[in-house]
Ligand binder design. Sequence first.
Ligand SMILES: NC(=O)c1ccc[n+]([C@@H]2O[C@H](COP(=O)([O-])OP(=O)(O)OC[C@H]3O[C@@H](n4cnc5c(N)ncnc54)[C@H](O)[C@@H]3O)[C@@H](O)[C@H]2O)c1
Length: 276
Amino acid sequence: MGVAIKSFEGKVAVVTGAASGIGAGLAEAFASEGCAVALADIDEEGVDATKTRLRSLGASAESVVCDVTDPGQVESMADTVESTLGPVDIACNNAGVAIYGPVVDMSLADWRFVMDVNFWGVVHGVRTFAPRLVARGSGHILNTASMAGLIGMTGLGLYNASKFAVVGLSEALAREVAPFGVGVSVLCPMMVETQINVNSMRSWARATGRPEPETPDPGTDTPSPSQMMRGGFVDVPTVTERTLAAMRAGDLYVLTHAEQREILARRAARLDAAAP
Ligand SMILES: NC(=O)c1ccc[n+]([C@@H]2O[C@H](COP(=O)([O-])OP(=O)(O)OC[C@H]3O[C@@H](n4cnc5c(N)ncnc54)[C@H](O)[C@@H]3O)[C@@H](O)[C@H]2O)c1
């Protein structure tokens, strides 16, 4: 059990990747609990739409265009948020991308694209916010990893590498900052109904200069993530409800699917069998 959040009321939360999917859902969940929310994303139109929606629900919400791959932009986003909404209590490093395919087919540009967002984006968020929370002696960091950060899967090697790194970083950070009153949780969902495939393929084409490929789709030659993970989809509200409950309980891991229990038990059994 780590450091728990007793109440969300009156807190300031920052969410990266808040234009869409899980990030937009987390922002809405924090707002509905009484947080002021700062929404950060590279997608200006999308993040403004989230802001408009949350404000129409009566929330205090600000949007900031921020590319999490750039440490300077993350640092100045934090300064902007703190000058408009006040000191940040909850920092969610959630922005992420996914590309699928065998490790041997991945170019260096592919590796850099995914690691820049999924790994370095989280590092920049942690380096920006963790010292501020530690200095104030309270707060919470939520990093979005994935079930792909807990088990390797065929066709997801690059994404696995980026998400395992986020889980490892979160586990270590949780131990280090708990004595300073700061909590850490790592969100590890299986499949969630979002636009991650479409959004990722667009920005992958932009980042690597490659033509935008067909989005992976169940039934095509490219295995869909659900085929790789053999699990069903859950909706965003299910994920955000579990996440806030975990933060309230001071839990490090946030899991979202019942199927995870059996898959992770098999992994634990394989490790157990390998130990001398
Ligand atoms: N959808 C799933 O099935 C699933 C499962 C496990 C983990 N995740 C993780 O959840 C997180 C959110 O993904 P989602 O499913 O909501 O996808 P999404 O595509 O709906 O949302 C991701 C958001 O991140 C933003 N983003 C991408 N690159 C960025 C950058 N460089 N700087 C700032 N923002 C950037 C996108 O513009 C988008 O708004 C990701 O880290 C993803 O890896 C998703």
